[in-house]
Design a protein around this ligand. Structure first.
Ligand SMILES: [Zn+2]
Length: 393
């Protein structure tokens, strides 16, 4: 289904612009008219990370007149494997500022608007309303649902992408013409079920594969050419090297855009909606949580601690707390590893940041190990407060 162009054309292109965009201008479907629409377009990138990097760079090169960047984070060394808009000299600077500098180098004709802040329910509508189109490169479910809800409530289209390890997905959600994200995914996955990129990893180049689909769709929407990915979900498998396009229909029972919506404004708390940990885990950790420092004191005092690292073997290869044994969370939840736990020692669980160990703790306590505890903040906290010489990831 073709759709009319999202943006009216600018009055004219300058001589500089005609020179710069000549390879666009000679494509009949783009031409002067399309390039003028790009010049007039205001596009907001949510996140200047893995997906935000290639999308911002190509949107800038394509001549999108106004590019907004919202990101509250600063550039970290571990970002450089995939977030190619940032470089070594940007480590420590805000991502939005670093991205703006790269864009100025690619195309100084772009007007860049920096939002060096976290997107939240109090600012999302006001920020979105300044743009024609949103490109979502968010890496967490709470923000993803908030972006969707705000876009639907404002009647804005947005281009969505997501990446994990070797798999990527992309779609265009536009309530007026097709389904929204909630039609596709009515509920967030249970807490702890879907690891984040920080936990599970992502192949750096996957960002380019999915980011380029997002830019492609953004250009089509702005200029009104081709068939936009409204009502379609693109699923990419980098190992098989396959792209599959799946039809997504508007759900008449969608809580947001369905016939009898139950969500009529932004939710009070998206973190709560997506749940950092499950209710069982929350209950299990209450009164059964120690800090990394307390673990160190227990070890130093000679307490008989059975320290269990519930992360995955690949993470164990990167760093580990002295004295720990590796029993991945999956083996604990399935029950197969329960026989490895001693009855007469103090059981302490830890993971990377404390979410997986909370889930494992619920299972361990349910199996009768009532005195077991977990380490708040996991090995990240251990590195920060006890042993900064360990590598982090
Ligand atoms: Zn919907």
């Amino acid at each position: 289904m073709a759709l009319p162009p999202l943006v009216e054309p600018a009055a004219e292109l300058s001589v500089d612009e005609i020179r710069r965009y000549s390879r666009h201008l000679i494509i009949p479907d783009v031409g002067m008219d399309g390039q003028k629409r790009l010049k007039n377009a205001k596009v907001l990138a949510v996140g200047a990370g893995g997906l935000g990097s290639p999308t911002l760079m190509y949107l800038a090169a394509a001549g999108v007149g106004t590019l907004g960047i919202i990101d509250f984070d600063t550039v970290d060394e571990s970002n450089l494997q995939r977030q190619i808009i940032h470089g070594v000299s940007d480590v420590g600077t805000p991502k939005a500022e670093s991205a703006a500098r790269s864009i100025a180098e690619i195309n100084p004709l772009v007007n860049v608007v920096i939002h060096n802040t976290a997107l939240d329910r109090d600012n999302v509508k006001e920020i979105f309303s300044q743009y024609d189109l949103i490109v979502d490169g968010t890496d967490n479910f709470a923000t993803r649902y908030m972006v969707n809800d705000a876009a639907v409530l404002l009647g804005k289209p947005y281009v969505w992408g997501s990446i994990y390890r070797f798999d990527g997905q992309a779609s265009v959600f536009w309530e007026e013409h097709g389904p929204c994200y909630r039609c596709l995914y009515p509920e967030p996955p249970p807490p702890g079920m879907v690891p984040s990129c920080a936990e599970g990893g992502v192949l750096g180049v996957l960002c380019a594969s999915i980011g380029s689909i997002q830019v492609n769709e953004a250009i089509k929407l702005i200029t009104g050419i081709g068939e936009p990915l409204v009502g379609g979900l693109m699923v990419y498998d980098a190992l098989e090297m396959s792209y599959r396009k799946i039809k997504v229909r508007k759900d008449p029972n969608c809580a947001l855009c369905g016939e009898n919506p139950t969500v009529t404004d932004l939710l009070e708390d998206y973190e709560d909606f997506c749940g950092a940990v499950s209710d069982e885990a929350q209950e299990a950790v209450t009164g059964s949580t120690i800090t990394a420092r307390e673990l160190k004191e227990w070890q130093d005092s000679g307490k008989d601690v059975f320290l269990v690292d519930v992360r995955e073997p690949a993470e164990w290869e990167i760093n580990r707390i002295p004295g720990a044994v590796l029993i991945p969370k999956g083996e604990i939840l399935s029950g197969e590893a329960l026989a490895k736990f001693p009855q007469d020692r103090q059981i302490v669980l830890h993971c990377k940041s404390g979410v997986r160990s909370a889930e494992a703790l619920a299972a361990i306590k349910a199996a009768g190990f009532k005195d077991a505890v977990h380490v708040q903040g996991g090995i990240v906290s251990w590195v920060n407060t006890v042993d900064p010489s360990l590598p982090s990831y």
